[in-house]
Ligand binder design. Structure first.
Ligand SMILES: [Cu+2]
Length: 162
């Protein structure tokens, strides 16, 4: 009896701490810090799934609306659009969410995101069996133009209108 209790306590603690993903590894999550009046920004990370999975939804307490976007050329103009069916994560292949490419779009921001802020981002994955799995990551806000940020971005994401 006692043993069972301890085991479940441990399980609780473990999920509170890490919510360790069985299936998807998240590397280097970050959010671009905002400037005054900016109501939207992007979150970026590298995702590697162990089995074929899709990123189907994202939530964050800092944003009213969160979508997964891609950037694509449309008649010589770089545009972004929501991936309504989710972002495919093929088994074993790292998928890069980065400026100018796939990204998590945080819209209807509830306040400014300052460099150094830690932004909780909840990722919802769906496996081929239709099972959903959520994973919370902590993304650190980096300043606009900071290392690995705007320098590598072909388009200034912050200026996009939705
Ligand atoms: Cu976007």
């Amino acid at each position: 009896m006692k043993k069972v209790l301890i085991a479940s306590l441990l399980a609780l603690t473990a999920s509170a701490w890490a919510q360790a993903p069985a299936n998807v590894e998240v590397k280097d999550p970050w959010v671009r810090a905002t400037v005054a009046q900016q109501k939207a920004t992007g979150a970026f990370m590298q995702l590697t799934a162990k089995a074929d999975t899709r990123l189907v939804a994202v939530k964050s307490p800092v944003a009213g609306v969160v979508e997964v976007h891609e950037m694509a050329m449309e008649k010589d103009v770089m545009k972004m659009r929501a991936l309504t069916a989710g972002l495919s994560l093929p088994a074993g292949k790292p998928v890069e969410l980065k400026p100018g490419s796939y990204h998590v779009m945080l819209m209807d921001l509830k306040g400014p995101v300052k460099a150094g802020d830690v932004v909780p981002v909840t990722l919802v994955f769906e496996g081929q069996d239709g099972k959903r799995e959520t994973l919370e990551v902590k993304a650190t806000a980096r300043p606009l133009g900071g290392a690995g940020g705007a320098a590598s971005a072909p388009a200034d994401h912050g200026k996009h209108k939705h």
